[in-house]
Design a protein around this ligand. Sequence first.
Ligand code: ASP
Length: 315
Amino acid sequence: MITLCIHGGAGNITPAMMTPEQEAAYHQGLSEALAAGYAVLESGGSAMDSVTRAIVSLENNPLFNAGRGSVFTKKGLHEMDAALMDGSNLAAGAVAGVRNIKNPILLAREVMLHSGHVFLSGSGAGEFALNQKLEFVADDYYFNKERYDQWIAIRDSDFYQLDHKDDNLKGAAPNPDYKFGTVGAVACDASGNLAAGTSTGGMTNKRFGRIGDSPVVGSGTYANNATCAISCTGHGEFFLRAVVAYDVSCLIEYKGFTLQQACDEVIKNKLVAMGGEGGLIAVNAAGDHQFCFNSAGMYRAVRSSSGLSEVAWYG
Ligand code: ASP
């Protein structure tokens, strides 16, 4: 069974917070990304290519906190993180704190395929992007009035905000309208190969070169044909400490959990006990999928050759 799942972030996503226009825009953005990625699988393409295509579409959509829609840092810049992993051979590529790259997921892919390394950061990653002839964009490409206003509201404070906020977060700005707008995709192709990818602008007003879980292999992103492919979204500091994506994989590998049992154990038990909020998307080599989150909602979509097709965001 071929399957593609995508997410556009978890958080306090409730009917009271969404206008019909916003609902239509999210529906369209998720549907377009799903269609782009699924077309790859349908034509016999790889999970890796499918995940990449879906994430590029989400990165190009200013609705999501990745690529074009990336949030502002304390200095008013955009520093992005991304990772991609191939479940067939455990190859991985990741970048952190990159600037002016149009599609960080394409840079993560280049790192995986052509750098001889796994994880590049900051200016070195930018230098590698130049070498690989990736597309660069000017700072104003990322300008978005809503995210700018979110940043202006807290830039003179020590608060940071997860693409809007969280009362439970240490140092987070008080604002009930929060969500984690990171994007991700996981896929199972016709050969039973899995892939996972995640891309994010991180947190509004982040500083000191803060890096979240998204680009960290095993925390925000992981893929292994023998277990599952996972992409996470949520309060990255907790996802890093809980090593979420690899923990799900380990519960399947070492304890024989089903995909659902493993996701529920990590997201609904372990993370909740730590105070960590967010969710994940997961798929296994049978093409089964899971959407699992402990927040009010998560932007998500799935399509599979079983005929399943769904776009949703509320809990
Ligand atoms: N996990 C991301 C981070 O902490 C945020 C998100 O999921 O939106 O950078």
